[in-house]
Design a protein. Structure first.
Length: 349
């Protein structure tokens, strides 16, 4: 077998410097500062109009998505490095460069470390990166949901005047949204703007996993558990199977004898039936490279679904946007060749 398959993500059209989205709190706080300069008795006579510029709206709509996909691409790179370092006994940090104005302090004698010591530290570093990725993905989703709320809050005034009471009301709603957790943020977006997510429960489950890693170093605590002292986490799974020449039955890819000859068909089911894993109180959650690979894809699916909902909502307000297909980030499979025979790909969603 000349090459293994790699699931990769490519930005179809661009990876440019992103446009920072405009937050609704900043928008309405700016109006509030103007309002504060007007005598209280005269404020009811004033209204503001949102001078909608199509280009600026487009920057907001696309800017948040570009932030999200850039974050995923970065995390994918960090996870690849973590996998490379795991149990590697050769790769070590370079010694810090000394300068006349700086005193370097080392906590490890890097040059004297044995291969065994190097392997242990690299493995621990790999585990730490993977646990941080779980945290980062869930925390960034919280931030992304805030961006979506902000865009929708501003867009709803694109065709009507903004009264003083609207400014105060929107600032209060924005503050409350920022104090919400994952569950309440998803509920507000669904109830207020019609955002429905296919994997709602899975997002909440992974956010609970994030809490375990953030506050308890990945060790499950009693208050996360049910009456059986068990915590269930719904992990996303991409199922990869093969149909070998002359056989109808699909075989899980990891069970296929390798090397194999004569080509075949690779069948990939994106986000197949989720893996519900059970952890006991006091148990440490262990992560694998495949777990993180599937997790990156899962959040890409979530961001794409949210962006689709955002575009639909914005266009319902009579604001034209660029087709999502022109900049969407999609998974692709590359590099699958077996003894010169290409492997046919069959994708399911």
């Amino acid at each position: 077998m000349k090459a293994l398959p790699y699931l990769i993500s490519r930005l179809i059209t661009f990876l440019t410097i992103r446009e920072e989205p405009v937050f609704s709190c900043q928008f309405f706080e700016g109006l509030k500062r103007i309002l504060d300069q007007i005598p209280l008795a005269e404020r009811s006579r004033y209204t503001f109009e949102y001078d909608r510029v199509e280009g600026e709206v487009l920057k907001c709509v696309e800017g948040s998505y570009k932030q999200a996909t850039e974050r995923l691409l970065n995390l994918f790179y960090y996870i690849e490095w973590a996998q490379t370092l795991s149990n590697n006994q050769q790769i070590r940090p370079d010694l810090p460069r000394q300068s006349p104005d700086r005193m370097g302090i080392l906590f490890h004698d890097i040059e004297e470390m044995t291969p065994e010591e190097t392997g242990i530290l690299n493995s621990r570093f790999s585990d730490w990166v993977m646990s941080m990725a779980v945290r980062e993905l869930s925390e960034f989703l919280l931030f992304y949901l805030m961006n979506l709320y902000d865009i929708c809050a501003i867009i709803r005034y694109s065709d009507k005047p903004i009264k003083p009471e609207h400014i105060i009301d929107e600032l209060q709603k924005s503050k409350k949204f920022r104090n919400n957790g994952m569950k309440d943020r998803l509920k507000v977006l669904k109830d207020s703007f019609g955002f429905n997510l296919t994997h709602h429960q899975q997002i909440l489950s992974l956010h609970e996993a994030r809490n375990v890693f953030s506050h308890y170093d990945g060790v499950v605590q009693d208050h996360f558990c049910n009456e059986k002292s068990e915590m269930q986490i719904i992990w996303p799974v991409n199922k990869v199977q093969m149909r070998l020449p002359g056989r109808e039955r699909l075989v899980p890819y990891h069970k296929v004898s390798k090397p194999f000859e004569g080509g075949g068909e690779l069948v990939i089911t994106w986000l197949d039936k989720a893996d519900v894993r059970v952890y006991k109180a006091g148990e440490k959650i262990k992560l694998t490279y495949d777990d993180l690979n599937n997790l990156i894809f899962f959040y890409l699916y979530v961001f794409n679904e949210l962006q689709t909902a955002l575009i639909e909502h914005v266009e319902a307000q009579d604001v034209k946007t660029r087709p999502f297909e022109e900049y969407v980030l999609k998974p692709q499979v590359v590099g699958m060749v077996v003894d010169g025979d290409p492997i046919n790909l069959n994708f399911k969603s």
